[in-house]
Design a protein. Structure first.
Length: 408
């Protein structure tokens, strides 16, 4: 009998890599997904097999972290031995716009799931292990350098506050009910499947489109923030290793190197041999009310006790993401050249259309409390030059208001 795993957030970046990983290990994998008016399974489509076929080991179930009944029903149907809770409203800037919803999904949603898992274990008598997707964002205004499992949390966003609550709930279920429950405190991890509004993917998507003449400008926020960026494919292995460990525990997962957003930008543009000074400008809408200035993880415990280590560094990550996004940009360029779609110069419009072609939504928009439909910033990242150029782009190509309502 194959081992059975249940994943919430299976349609997200990490959900897709974890599914791939567990199927590779021979697991039967069940995923909880939300119903939406468009398909949201693009990241796992390559793994999905028609249920009428043979040896089908990936199954999807409609459910929601906010719908406790759906979680209980799925648990009793699936009878998993491992539960990975990856579902979240995971965008930090968006959490300032939707703090209550973010807290409900992350904090209350995790509590719904922990309660359901505890009851499932107690009524079925099955052993079950629980993984909680905790985050380096919880360190916020960092109290030590680097951060490890003993570093105090000092959250700086509604997202991080909610993750801190979910973290302690997980610890409490371990201590109060002897549930095998682990927190993975994962530092930023990226991939070609990263959502397009997170800064790394936003940069690699834009740079490849700029290279092929599909876009002219890239608008960013704080370039001085520093992050410890790893590869998502490496990090899902750490999740699994935590649940195979002899005792339930909490682990930091990180590369141990930190880079500024500016470094990632320069690495990307350098790889494509284009000059960021000609294309990149600051837009204040992407600044956060409170920022996490620096994150740097110490994953010694995961290395020593789980035997885990990262295999991809930041330059390797850039190459991987740029190569993948270049394939997308070339497809789009071919469609423009063949007259199937019109060429456009703004990021919002052309990326939106490219996403429609690929069947996924593109969300490139502004931050909280800023006027919709017009740019509020536009200074050069590398000098003084860009204000006029940005203003020209703004006048000629106003972004539709309905594209400016979320985090970017
Ligand atoms: P992601 O790509 O944004 O995926 C989030 C997933 O959660 C999606 O499948 C989404 O479904 C699902 N979801 C959102 N709200 C839900 C709800 N109410 N009920 C059920 N599912 C819901 O995030 P990720 O990068 O894969 O990250 C996975 C987890 O790790 C998240 O909890 C994130 O906060 C945490 N984390 C991420 C990082 C990182 O650097 N990537 C670092 C530390 C921690 P839809 O497809 O329907 O939107
Ligand atoms: N998204 C975005 N867009 N971020 C920008 C931009 C921009 O245009 N310009 C600069 N940044 C800066 C942000 O201010 C932040 O300091 C940094 O780039 C990284 O932003 P994100 O890529 O959005 O990631 P994050 O660090 O806020 O959050 C991610 O990592 C957390 C782990 O530390 C998410 O995956 C969270 O879910 C995760 O918990």
């Amino acid at each position: 009998m194959p081992r059975v795993a249940l994943i919430t957030g299976i349609t997200g970046q990490d959900g897709s890599y974890l599914t791939e990983f567990l199927l590779g290990k021979g697991y039967e994998v069940h995923g909880v997904m939300r119903r939406a008016s468009v398909f949201t399974t693009e990241r796992i489509d390559h793994l999905y097999r028609d249920r009428h076929g043979e040896n089908v080991r990936l199954h999807l179930h409609y459910g929601d972290l906010l719908d406790a009944m759906s979680l209980r029903r799925i648990l009793s149907l699936v009878q998993p031995s491992e539960v990975y809770n990856l579902a979240a409203q995971s965008h930090v800037l968006t959490s300032f716009e939707q703090p209550v919803y973010t807290a409900e999904v992350i904090a209350i949603g995790t509590l719904h799931l922990l309660e359901a898992v505890r009851d499932y274990r107690d009524t079925s008598g099955n052993d079950v292990r629980f993984y909680q997707a905790s985050s380096s964002e919880m360190y916020g205004k960092v109290q030590t350098m680097p951060q490890n499992e003993h570093t105090p949390f000092c959250p700086r966003s509604p997202y991080a506050c909610a993750k801190v609550q979910a973290y302690w709930q997980t610890v409490n279920y371990r201590e109060a009910y002897d549930l095998f429950a682990c927190n993975g405190i994962l530092f930023n991890h990226e991939s070609p499947r990263r959502g397009e509004t997170f800064v790394t993917r936003k940069i690699t998507r834009a740079a490849t489109r700029i290279k092929l003449g599909l876009q002219d400008k890239l608008f960013l926020g704080n370039l001085d923030a520093k992050r410890d960026w790893g590869f998502a494919g490496d990090y899902v292995e750490a999740m699994w290793l935590m649940l195979q460990h002899s005792v339930a525990d909490d682990f930091v997962v990180a590369t141990g190197k930190t880079y500024a957003v500016r470094d990632f930008l320069e690495e990307t543009f350098g790889y494509l041999d284009i000059d960021p000074a000609e294309h990149v400008a600051i837009d204040e809408r992407y600044l956060r009310p409170t920022e996490v200035n620096v994150l740097l993880g110490d994953a010694a415990k995961a290395r020593e006790r789980l035997g885990w280590k990262p295999t991809v560094d930041m330059p390797g990550l850039v190459r991987m993401m740029v190569d993948s996004d270049m394939r997308l940009a070339k497809q789009e360029r071919a469609l423009v050249d063949a007259g199937h779609i019109a060429g456009q110069s703004t990021a919002e419009r052309s990326a939106d259309r490219a996403s429609i072609l690929r069947g996924v939504p593109f969300e490139e928009h502004g931050g909280p409390g800023k006027p919709a439909g017009r740019l509020v910033g536009g200074q050069s990242v590398f000098g003084e030059v860009e204000k006029q150029r940005v203003a020209a782009v703004d006048r000629s190509e106003p972004a539709p208001a309905n594209r400016l309502a979320g985090g970017g």
